[in-house]
Design a protein. Structure first.
Lengths: 107, 119
């Protein structure tokens, strides 16, 4: 099983800041098979990025993804109030697994 | 616009079987080659992928759950289902159904349904 480890566990930032979230895989993951999701309180997760860097339909361009091999990054260029949520990465090259999540909170 | 809706009992007794159904609306469950997926989220915790089913009945389960999980699909009703046997309190979670678009990720999710395992 591919284990995904996200860091940091919690990120405290202010609106307008830049956020950088990390996802590290226990073995190499093709960039084509890595996704990011956002989950706001009381809501289902929402697909943000698939194939490591492609934004899903309707996702603002302040969200971007990058990475390859075992290291992937989600960047939010300028935080809006609605961006404070929990973010998960997911691999789907070998079965499917999720990272444990990064909580993005208002500083 | 495709929508998914989970349904089923919110309370299940220990050792019994948890049964949930996901109804797909807005498109046929047989179109597009999607994997129809179940995911759960423990209270205050992260996400656990349970498995998926293709409309032909082909399944793929999380290895940690495979002995207790069964998924099925009813194309005539445009729905798919999840059964988890011998449940314990550790199966208490919010259960989501979702559409797995293969290399395009899980692009449609249901709102989730809470299942509590308790006597």
């Amino acid at each position: 099983e591919i284990v995904l480890t996200q860091s940091p566990g919690t990120l405290s930032l202010s609106p307008g800041d830049r956020a950088t979230l990390s996802c590290r895989a226990s073995q190499s993951v093709s960039a084509a098979y890595l996704a990011w999701y956002q989950q706001r309180p009381g809501q289902a997760p929402r697909l943000l990025i698939y194939a490591s860097s492609t934004r899903a339909t309707g996702i603002p361009d302040r969200f971007s993804g990058s990475g390859s091999g075992t290291d992937f990054t989600l960047t939010i260029s300028r935080l809006e109030p609605e961006d404070f949520a929990v973010y998960y990465c997911q691999q789907y090259v070998n079965s499917r697994t999720f990272g444990q999540g990064t909580r993005l909170e208002i500083k | 616009q495709v929508q998914l809706q989970e349904s089923g009992p919110g309370l299940v007794k220990p050792s019994q079987t948890l049964s949930l159904t996901c109804t797909v609306s807005g498109d046929s469950i047989t179109s597009g080659g999607f994997y129809w997926t179940w995911i759960r989220q423990y209270p205050g915790k992260g996400l656990e992928w349970i498995g998926y089913i293709y409309h032909t009945g082909i399944t793929h389960y999380n290895p940690s759950l495979t002995s207790r999980v069964t998924m099925s699909v009813d194309t005539s009703k445009n729905e798919f289902s999840l059964k988890v046997t011998s449940v314990t309190a550790a199966d208490t979670a919010v259960y989501y159904c979702a559409r797995d678009r293969r290399t395009w990720g899980l692009d449609v999710w249901g709102q989730g349904t809470t299942v509590i395992v308790s006597s």
